[in-house]
Design a protein around this ligand. Structure first.
Ligand code: MTE
Ligand code: MO
Length: 221
């Protein structure tokens, strides 16, 4: 494994979010099914698009951008910008559900579908987990099955325009069926693992999986 940047010192928001996990803030105790209710329990709809991160936004130019895909895969690789944008492109429209209770409908993303990435790198048997590394020092973990969701992608565009720096450009992950903290901004490395390695929020009281329909906001240990 290669070294990550250390995460920045916690901001006021980061400290509040850690406290909310301890307090179990926003929990309604309800579960729902995506087929019957579009808005998950405890969420409210917004029309703008809030920015949430650790308070430092790493400015990586496309010319310097690289994405390393490594770990338990047959074909590890590193894409530069031309290599990444030369991959098969997909467009998905999906809703965002942030654990701080805002949701935003109908976001149009362009990028490389995680399923196409998996076909290229070929996870080895037992590679059941994925750890995302970002250039601000953020990490988050997913199961291979969640990473491989049919509408999950490494997105470089939103609503037909290059993803802004605030929202994770040049490239972020988008995994729409989980709370948005799983959708790492500014991704630099995708690591395939045989063990589950919790990320930044997952070691600070947030749920390992984060299914909004089951209100998996916080871990219960
Ligand atoms: N690299 C990185 N990715 C991140 C975060 C972060 O702090 N750093 N925050 C997560 C959280 S908690 C949320 S809600 C979403 C917010 O994405 P947005 O700012 O585009 O709305 O990014 C997620 N991905
Ligand atoms: Mo979040």
């Amino acid at each position: 494994m290669t070294e990550d940047e250390p995460p920045p010192n916690p901001t006021k928001l980061t400290r509040s979010k850690q406290r909310w996990a301890e307090e179990g803030r926003f929990l309604t105790g309800r579960t729902a099914r995506p087929e019957s209710e579009r808005l998950p329990p405890g969420q409210h709809l917004v029309k703008d698009w809030p920015v949430l991160d650790l308070g430092m936004q790493p400015d990586v130019e496309k010319e310097d951008w690289k994405l390393k895909i490594f770990g338990a895969v047959e074909n590890p690789l590193t894409w530069d910008w031309a290599g990444f944008t030369g991959q098969k492109q997909s467009r998905f429209v999906s809703d965002i559900h942030c654990v701080t209770t805002w949701s935003r409908y109908d976001n149009r993303w362009d990028g490389v579908a995680t399923r196409d990435l998996l076909e290229t790198v070929k996870p080895r048997p037992g590679a059941d987990f994925v750890l995302l590394h970002s250039s601000d020092g953020y990490t988050t973990n997913l199961t291979l099955d969640d990473f491989a969701a049919e509408d999950a992608l490494l997105a470089h565009s939103w609503e037909g325009k290059p993803l802004s720096l605030h929202h994770g450009g040049p490239v972020r992950l988008v995994v729409p069926h989980l709370y948005f903290w799983k959708s790492a901004k500014w991704i630099s490395k995708v690591e395939f693992r045989t063990d589950n390695h919790p990320g930044y929020w997952e070691v600070r009281g947030y749920h390992d999986r984060g299914d909004p329909w089951r209100e998996e906001r916080y871990s219960n240990d």
